[in-house]
Design a protein. Structure first.
Lengths: 197, 810
């Protein structure tokens, strides 16, 4: 009797106390058989549900990370694959999404705040506090100097046009919402995201 | 998307135009192949290039870039003249029968009300004629020469197959064959879906191309039905969400809009937006605008927002120009009118047109703040990378801050896909080094600014010091807290007409119908209300069951509005509320239950019986779809073909000799940018930018696997052009526009074919855009060195898809 076992069911069976290798010998091997080797690699990984960060199809992904959750151990992502339960992507990823792991661990990831001074040709590392204090000072000084409460016609406009903001359509709704809340209440109007282009 | 990815499988015909989903949205495209294999559907592609989408299409045409309205306008005329429209649908669900004011007109390529000095229209005459009862006049016979149906007919009569062919470069017999196939979906039980992407938006007539598509779908009766719709395949993973949340210069969350400086009076601001029905008895849902607006104000300002102070209306910034879009902002920046600029996960040096101008603009800033997971070109615009970024740092005085942020794998939250699904995700690891989530950066920065205002005072601190900020850790608002905030909650007990409590104070709201205009509710984004209710986080749901077999998985995540998956789905039933065909049954009236039922959440008042006569397009004051856009577009109520601002064709063949109708007469272009346009004799080749399946914008050149599979910049030219300029595959070519140049390897293919436009042969050049001077792929030139600084008249989205260049051997 042929029994169809998906990789995830197979994984659950294995976790139910039976040795996965003997299951495979009994003919319960998932298709393709090679994938069972990957199951061992993932057995002790933490599985996290996420969504591909690239295009707007919104493919479901499963992120696998190492680390047992102990206080002095940090999770580290080592594998990403498509979520087979997802109704749109059904476990697939495209050539962009297949490289997600290399995006997470890209050599181009920034790790600490930096400042480039006027006329300089290099970066200088700074602390978060230093960077945010200096930026807050720029905001306050420019806003106080250039905020318009009434325009030439005497209309109340309460806006600030000399600083602008581009928001990120790769970020979450929650980041977008708080960004809008802050930016608009500073009075900014030169405010867009990638939807503009 | 009006419909959704899985729903594409229900289509009988798929028109892919202005997009290349096989390469740009490969996994979504699998539902196209599903429709071909299991629904006997046909795929038609219309594109300047032979793409991978075209490679699996049953029929295709090659079109000159920027001429889509000519093709669609001709199609509209063909459908009307051959009477291949879904007549019952058109008569009842569109404005075809409404009569338009007598002073509306169109002559020599210009609509009534044009002012050449301001390049804008007075839209007064673009309106229906109102009867004595205050509602739009109607002619059921569709014979009145001033009814919308007859005006559409007259407008597109000029778009003959011969005319369309001479503009688009598509042979007449191909046009005729494709139009016939599309017209076959006018029957009630067959639908066409239209898939488009940036290939339609990035034109100076981009919004009107999409309008033309919507008109076609209304005439064919394909809106609101499974396998139908006009489907924008959007770019970034959350570009839909940021649009919904209103992070655009003129918007507030949920497609509400900021007031102009002229709108000093709160009541007038609301009245203008709270649109009352213009046809008797229609839903006209925007009439509830004040409930959405007041709930936002309560969400932002809490107790400080009261009826007595117009809910802090004065605190919101007012606009002194229609848009402070990015082209306007970089024009002002290049003239030294900005001091500061923030780029949060945005790389404008690579992404905006006329890179030389962008460099000049950024160099004039006092301070620039870049927040990004990656070292973007923008953050190093001041650094010399030889020919790839030829600048002198000592001459650039901009102070640049670069703040490291999390990527998707390191934060919790929701993103909205192209189908309006809000899907929740969880962090899988901590961010690298000292990188932080954007929510924390914005939170801490705001608190520091607020502290400065509290300590020092300053100009108009009211909205800053009163902004609601009740997060448990003030500097680190959590995604859950923010999601609950934009969903909204009751501030006091809510009651029904009889005084029964329907919602207790502090409970999460379950839908926007609960919002009130009296300050009793708060909601940060009304269209998202329902995403985090008393039942918890609806966006994290994972039930993928499909009980009706239509591909509609209502238990998976949550879609706005109100978890509806197909917009205007009431139109999937006829006037009596019965499905148009058994194979298209989706939402219908149940007389047993006296309500609308079916596979989707009805996009309609649930108990409004068909006999009440309410029509499906509930956001429109008329209750019907608009063939006539009335005053909603800046450049005309009907789409009209105009040439791209840079075109290899010296005149608009619809309006020969009429210079002001050559390009979109209502598109804004700054003087310096007009002067920077090239002439056909110097730049004879039609260029279009595009994306590859292996890369995503300028991100994946930082990812090793993607850099390995597609390491080096190239441009694609046809064999004829290659022979003309003496280039063979693998040679280096220099591609120049009047604004700059790039150098790249030439890929010589049969995929780009010369076209006959009038009596002239035109070659296309395809320019993929994924390279730059940072990342792990080979260094390349930013292709926006070439593109023109002019945008769509309505949205100001730059015309990246149609411009002119000269290609020569490097």
């Amino acid at each position: 009797m042929a029994i169809n076992v998906t990789r995830r069911q197979f994984f659950k069976l294995g976790g139910a106390g039976l040795a996965s290798s003997s299951l495979a010998m009994m003919g319960f091997a998932p298709e393709p058989a090679e994938a069972s080797i990957r199951q061992f690699k993932l057995t002790h990984a933490k599985e996290t549900r996420n969504t591909c960060t690239y295009c707007s199809v919104g493919c479901g992904i499963l992120i696998y990370s190492k680390g047992d959750g102990a206080k002095n151990v940090e999770q580290n992502v080592f594998h990403i694959e498509g979520d087979p339960d997802h109704p749109v992507s059904r476990g697939s990823l495209c050539p962009k999404g297949a490289g997600l792991l290399d995006f997470v661990h890209s050599k181009g990831r920034l790790e600490y705040p930096q400042v480039r001074a006027a006329g300089s040709d290099e970066w200088q590392r700074v602390t978060w506090d230093d960077a945010l204090n200096r930026i807050a000072r720029h905001i306050k000084d420019d806003r106080d100097a250039n905020f318009v409460q009434r325009n030439a016609q005497g209309q109340t406009v309460n806006h600030w046009t000399t600083t602008g903001f581009l928001a990120a359509s790769g970020s979450s709704n929650e980041a977008g919402y708080i960004t809008h809340k802050v930016v608009r209440n500073l009075g900014m109007v030169a405010f867009d995201n990638q939807a503009r282009v | 998307m009006t419909n959704h990815w899985v729903d594409i499988r229900n289509a009988n015909l798929i028109l892919s135009m202005g997009g290349n989903s096989a390469e740009a949205h490969p996994v979504g495209f699998r539902w196209v192949t599903e429709a071909i294999e299991h629904n006997n559907a046909e795929l038609i592609t219309i594109d300047p290039r032979f793409t991978r989408t075209g490679a699996v299409a049953q029929d295709k045409a090659f079109i000159r870039t920027g001429t889509d309205i000519a093709f669609l306008g001709g199609l509209i005329s063909y459908l009307i003249e051959t009477d291949q429209i879904q007549r019952e649908y058109v008569l009842n669900y569109t404005d075809a029968a409404l009569v338009v004011r007598a002073d509306f007109g169109f002559e020599d390529g210009i609509f009534s009300g044009y002012d050449e000095s301001t390049r804008s229209y007075d839209k007064q005459s673009w309106m229906y004629e109102m009867g004595d009862d205050g509602f739009a006049r109607r002619d059921e016979s569709l014979q009145n020469p001033r009814c919308v149906y007859q005006l559409v007919r007259e407008h597109y009569a000029r778009y003959t197959p011969a005319m369309v062919s001479s503009i688009t470069g598509i042979p007449v017999d191909t046009i005729d064959r494709i139009w016939r196939k599309i017209a076959a979906t006018a029957v009630p039980d067959r639908t066409m879906t239209i898939l488009y992407a940036l290939g339609w938006t990035q034109h100076s007539i981009g919004s009107q191309i999409i309008r033309a598509a919507a008109m076609v779908q209304l005439l064919l009766g394909n809106m609101g039905l499974p396998g139908g719709g006009v489907n924008a395949l959007r770019g970034h993973s959350n570009i839909q969400g940021l649009t919904d949340l209103g992070l655009l210069s003129q918007l507030l969350p949920g497609y509400m809009s900021l007031a102009s400086a002229k709108e000093q009076d709160y009541d007038a601001y609301i009245d203008k937006r709270a649109k009352q029905p213009t046809v008797e008895g229609q839903v006209s849902y925007w009439q509830h605008y004040e409930k959405f607006h007041v709930s936002l104000m309560k969400s932002w300002y809490g107790d400080a927002a009261t009826e007595g102070n117009d809910w802090c209306y004065e605190w919101l910034p007012k606009l002194e120009r229609p848009l402070y879009d990015v082209l306007d902002t970089f024009e002002r920046m290049s003239k030294g009118e900005l001091n500061g600029y923030f780029c949060q996960g945005f790389n404008p040096l690579a992404s905006f047109p006329d890179r030389a101008k962008v460099t000049r603009a950024l160099s004039s800033l006092k301070y620039l703040v870049v927040m990004d997971p990656l070292n973007t070109e923008t953050s190093e615009f001041w650094k010399n990378y030889g020919e790839y970024n030829d600048v002198d740092p000592s001459q650039i005085d901009t102070e640049v801050f670069r703040l490291p942020t999390c990527c998707f794998a390191e934060d919790d939250g929701s993103i909205v896909n192209s189908a309006r699904w809000l899907q929740w995700h969880w962090a899988a690891q901590p961010p690298p080094g000292e990188a932080r989530p954007d929510t924390q950066i914005m939170g801490e920065l705001f608190l520091k600014v607020k502290q400065l205002y509290l300590e020092e005072g300053g100009v108009f601190p009211d909205p800053i010091v009163n902004l609601t900020w009740d997060y448990k850790i003030p500097g680190e608002p959590k995604a859950e807290e923010l999601a609950r905030e934009f969903n909204g909650r009751a501030l006091e007990d809510l009651t029904d007409d009889e005084g029964n409590v329907t919602r207790r104070a502090d409970e999460q709201l379950s839908g926007f119908a609960e919002l009130t205009a009296d300050g009793k509710t708060a909601a940060g984004c009304w269209i998202f209300t329902g995403c985090w209710t008393e039942d918890g986080n609806m966006m994290a749901r994972r039930d993928n069951s499909d009980p009706y077999g239509t591909g509609n998985t209502l238990g998976w995540a949550w879609a706005w509005p109100m978890n509806r998956r197909v917009l205007y789905n009431r139109a999937s039933a006829d006037v009596q509320g019965r499905p148009w065909g058994p194979n298209k049954a989706f939402v219908w009236w149940s007389s047993e239950q006296s309500r609308w039922i079916g596979a989707d959440v009805p996009d309609f008042p649930q108990q409004s019986a068909p006999s009440e006569g309410q029509m499906p397009f509930i956001m429109q004051p008329e209750g019907v779809g608009h063939l006539f856009a009335a005053q909603s577009m800046v450049d005309g109520p009907f789409p009209e073909h105009y040439e791209p601002f840079e075109s290899p064709v010296p005149q608009n063949l619809l309006h020969p000799g009429k210079e002001r109708a050559r390009n979109n007469p209502a598109a804004r272009i700054f003087d310096g940018d007009r002067a920077a346009l090239g002439k056909p004799e110097d730049f004879p080749h039609a260029a279009t930018t595009y994306r590859l399946t292996e890369h995503f914008h300028y991100w994946t050149k930082h990812a090793e696997l993607n850099a390995i599979v597609q390491p080096q910049q190239f441009v694609e030219i046809g064999e004829g052009l290659a022979a003309d300029i003496g280039v063979v595959a693998g040679d280096w070519v220099k591609v120049s526009s009047n604004r700059g140049f790039i150098k790249a390897v030439a890929v010589v293919t049969k995929r780009m074919r010369p076209m006959m436009i009038g009596d002239k042969q035109v070659h296309h050049v395809g320019i993929p855009l994924h390279w730059g001077f940072t990342g792990v792929a080979k260094k390349g030139y930013l292709v926006n060195a070439l593109t023109p600084f002019v945008g769509d008249a309505n949205t100001q989205t730059p015309e990246y898809k149609s411009f002119t260049v000269r290609v020569e051997k490097a």
